[in-house]
Design a protein. Sequence first.
Length: 358
Amino acid sequence: MPSSSSTRPTAPAPVWPARGRHLGPAAQDVLRLRLQHLKDSRTIDDHMELPETEDARQSVFEARWRVAGSVTVRARLTVEHDSGDGQAWTLVAEAEAPWDPRWPSPVAMFWPQEPDAGWDHEAVTGLRLTDINPLPSDDKAVRRILRDAARDGWCVHVVVHEAMTTDERGRVPLAGMLPPGLRHRVVEHRAAPSQLRVVNWALREFGVEVPRGGAVVLPGTPVPAGYDADDFAVRSVFLDGSEPAELIHAVTRFAALPRPLPDGAEEALTALREDWRLLTLEEELDRERKLVAMYAEALEAMTKSRDLYREAAEQAHAALAAYRESAGAVPETRPQPPASPAASPLQQLTRTFRLKGR
């Protein structure tokens, strides 16, 4: 099984991350209609769509609501512009208290909950988040899907093996039985009775195994601290329409483990905290007060810097003036012309003869 990573920060307890892919048309229009509908019904307090630049590659939506009466949740969803294979979306929500799985799913605050909605596809494998995903009949395809699922850090992947072919009662998705806060973070894979060997062969490198007629919660990457494959394997899952209590308990325990933030979640969380635009009036006033305080500090620092510069300049001028005064107090000595050399006796005699001849 892959070792857990110590380089990624652990997801904070109040944070709820999710990622998926919208395969239907016009994801932005779907989001606008859903958010406005929930605001009109007072399910959410407010929402907004951030203005886009000309070269923007994604649209950003923000929403705010309350849970448990007074706990505020802020959420930010980014949806990529259509790339031909749908639109990838990333959602990060943060509450004012540790996240309770009984709270409503943040996904339901952005996307409509109709059964045929196009948004509920897992980003990597493209499988459904709210339905059963039977494994393909091709062994290579099974290995590829399960390896991708075992490495995924965004969703909780569960593999269920059918001991025998099920009827309609056994085809009830696990998602609808989970606590609301987990329903859009779990991918359920179903293995047919004959696929047990290929499933366990594909999962062997991750150190996990699906019991015959049972299920296992895959570790993801990085593996969360406290994960043990045996603790998250369920020996028997009765696919008769009854609630699989042991499996639900295993999924809930796994979701509660301290898990490293998946790839891209740290950046999304930073954007939620630092680029948040959907402010209440009190938050606007608080932000303005902080801006005023910041500008006052900057002005004070500039004024202090100016005063220090002025003081240093005055000291420099005073030192220069003192130097000039001390230099002017010393008498200026002019260089003396060199003394004429003494005349030789011959020159004196010649001069005497010249005077007498006159």
